[in-house]
Ligand binder design. Structure first.
Ligand code: NAD
Length: 285
């Protein structure tokens, strides 16, 4: 599996930009960080000055490559293999992070997958795998992060918040998706989990927010952009007329992790080129 999928169809890329070190001194953990959006988020957090734990579950080499790239940008990083749906592995990963980095300031709850099937053919295993990784995985990681945020509290010299959690949701937290009931249910669940956590934890100056990506060019949705025909079909859903790139999401993650977004609490930031604007109604419906 290539980590930076080759371009297919007409491409208008995300514009380039130099990142300031807005996360200097912060410790971050990104789940599913050796591919796609998680990889881009880990690199961007590192570029912004954070030290990063690169969580992954398969492909050590890809994870080590992300680590090397973060180190070359001047931040510290290491890779940690753990399945986010397994409580003991998640707890071990956080214990290890406390030993190596001392604390956590930013959690990017990104790991996720799809196991698609027409609803009447969906197996319990397909349902449980998606809910277990996409939703329960976010619960398990968020809980460990929050325990540390509460223990440590605010360190003003590092951040005005005691901690930040960024949940990777999807436009499918609001757009129903036939053939993907398990995935849509997991993302709808993330929305209410995120908002409930944000409400409960804001008094402790812990900020919990989500990013809802639209169609982003990663291995998870390769069939939607790989051929010119598929790309053209996809564009009928995207008013801004380009596919999203992982860096589009990574930049949003850096902003949500930084004090620049200090008053943003319990929000879902849609980064989707207008996919949630009901483009079918642009010409009267
Ligand atoms: P991807 O397949 O490139 O990356 C997913 C990552 O999660 C991989 O590193 C994978 O190994 C990891 N992962 C899977 N199961 C895991 C587990 N049990 N424990 C730890 N890591 C695990 O896909 P992506 O597009 O980068 O997806 C990242 C997130 O973005 C997912 O939550 C996905 O639902 C969300 N998302 C993606 C898009 C898109 O268009 N690409 C749109 C909306 C939301």
């Amino acid at each position: 599996m290539s980590m930076t999928p080759a371009a297919a169809g007409p491409v208008r890329a995300a514009p380039a930009r130099v990142t300031a070190k807005v996360l200097k001194g912060q410790k971050a953990l990104v789940t599913g960080a050796n591919s796609g959006i998680g990889r881009a988020a880990a690199l961007a957090l590192g570029e912004a000055g954070a030290d990063v734990v690169v969580n992954y579950v398969v492909d050590d080499q890809a994870a080590e490559q992300v680590v090397a790239q973060i180190k070359s940008s001047g931040s510290d990083a290491y890779a940690h293999r753990a399945d986010v749906s397994q409580e003991s592995e998640v707890q071990g990963m956080f214990r290890d992070m406390m030993e190596r980095f001392g604390t956590i300031d930013v959690l990017v709850n990104n790991a996720g997958l799809q196991r698609d099937a027409p609803f009447h053919e969906m197996t319990l295993a397909q349902w449980n795998t998606v809910i277990g990784i996409n939703l329960t995985g976010q619960f398990l990681c968020a809980r460990e992060a929050v325990r540390e945020f509460l223990r440590r509290g605010v360190v003003e010299s590092v951040s005005s918040a005691a901690g930040k959690i960024i949940c990777m949701s999807s436009v499918h937290q609001v757009i129903p998706w036939g053939g993907h009931a398990n995935y849509a249910a997991s993302k709808g669940g993330i929305m209410m989990m995120m908002e409930s956590l944000a409400q409960e934890l804001a008094p402790h100056r812990i900020r919990v927010n989500s990013i809802a990506p639209g169609a982003i060019r990663t291995p998870i949705n390769r069939t939607a952009w790989q051929t010119p025909e598929a790309y053209a079909r996809l564009m009928t859903l995207i008013p801004y007329d380009r596919i999203g790139e992982p860096v589009d999401i990574a930049r949003a993650a850096v902003w949500l992790a930084s004090d620049d977004s200090d008053y943003v609490v319990g929000a879902t930031l849609f980064v989707d080129g207008g996919m949630t604007l009901f483009p079918g109604f642009a010409t009267g419906g």
